[in-house]
Design a protein around this ligand. Structure first.
Ligand code: H2B
Length: 77
């Protein structure tokens, strides 16, 4: 993908950088809302001002259309 997401073959991974921890957490909370709406939940790593999201479909053991749709929704936050 050419929008910042790395396709590892097993997952879509993207790092988002903010000015501080509060910015990172605000973003994570918006992602959480979308994840609940879609019932599709990213793995989330928070490291001060950086958030790394890893999208995969655990029940399928890899990438599905749900992951690409969730990535698009996160991009439009
Ligand atoms: C029962 C429910 O639909 C499943 O547990 C959903 C919830 N959210 C999920 N999120 C992700 N990323 N992968 C899943 O397989 C998944 N399964």
């Amino acid at each position: 993908m050419e929008n910042g997401w790395e396709n590892t073959g097993h997952a879509l991974v993207r790092e988002f950088v903010f000015s501080d921890f509060a910015g990172a957490m605000a973003f994570v909370n918006r992602v959480a809302q979308v994840a609940e709406e879609k019932n599709h939940h990213p793995d989330i790593q928070i490291r001060w001002n950086k958030v790394t999201l890893t999208l995969s479909t655990h029940t399928s053991g890899g990438l599905t259309e749900k992951d690409f749709r969730l990535a698009e929704a996160i991009d439009s936050l």
